[in-house]
Structures are given as structure tokens and as C-alpha cells.
Design a protein around this ligand. Structure first.
Ligand code: CA
Length: 242
């Protein structure tokens, strides 16, 4: 049974962070937002504090004493598919592609606003719930003003139909299925094109550009399909829509 089936209980967050002032502020902030917070001050403590099924989301700092965030991520993924949001410091060199391959769900860079963090937490939880609920693939996906009818292969933006080519549709479908999640270029290319991918590495970007032209209010400043520099793209589930 999914932990979310236990309706009414507060969402439990494991905060793995060694900077004391940061832990306190975060704990208070998240509690105010209605979360139950457990804090672990280093990687070893994180692994002993983690109980599968008893934790809904992990905020994992990368630079930790005793055991690195990367090692914690690897160990957690051996026992659990709990959503994990990586936290890194500004300027820290981070191999996001590797982290996503190991199974991180999203990441934020310090310093971040609590609001942004909470939005990211809610996005990974929503995705997980949608995933748990849908035995089969959904035939209709709606995110903000965008609606995809999978069976009919039609796309609507704010009620108006936009015509998508086959690969554009597949690409948007994949992004919408993973709101708030960074999808690497490799994953997007592999899932949408597979061995059909014969173009140069710009083919993906050309498709993204065309999708933005069709679905974004301002394609030059995209609010739905955002670029994660050097890594890939993300469909923003957290932006207000209206
Ligand atoms: Ca740290």
C-alpha cells in the first residue's frame, strides 16, 4: 500500500543537512507548511534515520560529513523509491546527470526560497501519487492550460487545439508525465527517438523550441518547459497558472 493512502496524516520529510543554522530554519519553515520533519546531520545518520514506508520525501544535501550525499542517494535507492530532492550549494560542482541516473528526482541550489522548495516537494509528491493511482497509463493529461489526449493524439492549450508532429507529441507527453522532474537530454532522446535519433545533438533542442513556440505564452521566457543548463529540460509543475 502506498504511504499516501494513509489519508490525513502529515507528509514526512527527512532533511539531511549538516549546517546547523540551516537545519533549524528549514525545520521551522517546513513545519509551518504542515510537514513532519526529521533531521539528520550527516550521511550515516541519514541512513539510520530512514525507514522505508515511513518517510515521504528526502531533502538530501550533497556535501555531508562521514558519508557523502551521493553515497546516501545510492544506498537509499537500493531499498526505496522515495522521492529524493538533492540540495547543493551554489558553486559546488555537481554531476546532475549522474545524480538523476542514480535516481534523484529533482534538485535545488542553495540559497533557495522556502516557497520554491515547498513547491518542488509538492511536485514530486503529486507525481508519485499520480503514479501510484494510475494502474494503466492515463489517456488524458492536464497540466495548467495544457491538455493532452493521448489516445486521440491531440493537444490543447487553453482550449485551443495545437497541431503537434509525432515526436513533438511524444516529447511533450514525456515531459507532462514527469512534472517537476529534470529529464536529461539522454533520457529524452532515448525515450522519444531511441535508435531513430539520427540527427546531431541539436535535434532535441529544435523540437523543444517548436514546442515552446506552440505552448508558451512567451517562448523566449518559458514558464512551462525550462532549460536545466548542461543537463536537460524540466516541465515546471509549480508555476501559478492563470
Ligand atoms: Ca553540507
Amino acid at each position: 500500500m502506498s504511504p499516501h493512502a494513509d489519508a490525513g496524516r502529515r507528509t514526512r520529510v527527512l532533511v539531511v543537512e549538516d549546517e546547523e543554522s540551516f537545519v533549524d530554519a528549514l525545520t521551522i519553515g517546513l513545519q509551518r507548511e504542515g510537514f513532519d520533519v526529521t533531521a539528520a546531520r550527516d550521511g550515516v545518520e541519514a541512513l539510520s534515520a530512514f525507514r522505508p514506508g515511513d518517510c515521504d520525501v528526502v531533502l538530501l544535501d550533497l556535501m555531508l560529513p562521514r558519508l557523502s550525499g551521493l553515497d546516501v542517494l545510492r544506498s537509499l535507492r537500493e531499498v526505496s523509491d522515495v522521492p529524493i530532492i538533492i540540495v547543493s550549494a551554489k558553486g559546488e560542482e555537481v554531476d546532475m546527470v549522474l545524480l538523476l541516473e542514480i535516481g534523484a528526482d529533482d534538485y535545488v541550489t542553495k540559497p533557495y526560497r522556502l516557497r520554491e522548495l515547498v513547491a518542488r516537494i509538492r511536485a514530486v509528491l503529486r507525481r508519485r501519487e499520480a503514479h501510484d493511482d494510475s494502474g494503466d497509463e492515463a489517456s488524458l493529461i492536464e497540466r495548467g492550460p495544457i491538455r493532452l489526449d493521448i489516445d486521440a493524439r491531440r493537444c490543447f492549450v487553453a482550449g485551443d487545439e495545437v497541431k503537434l508532429r509525432k515526436k513533438e507529441f511524444a516529447l511533450l507527453h514525456l515531459l507532462l508525465e514527469n512534472p517537476g522532474r529534470v529529464l536529461t537530454r539522454e533520457v529524452l532522446i532515448d525515450r522519444v527517438w531511441g535508435s531513430d535519433y539520427v540527427g546531431d545533438t541539436k535535434t532535441l533542442d529544435v523540437h523543444i523550441k517548436r514546442l515552446r513556440a506552440l505552448i508558451e505564452r512567451n517562448p523566449k521566457s518559458p514558464e512551462f518547459i525550462t532549460t536545466v543548463r548542461g543537463v536537460g529540460y524540466r516541465f515546471e509543475a509549480t508555476k501559478p497558472v492563470g
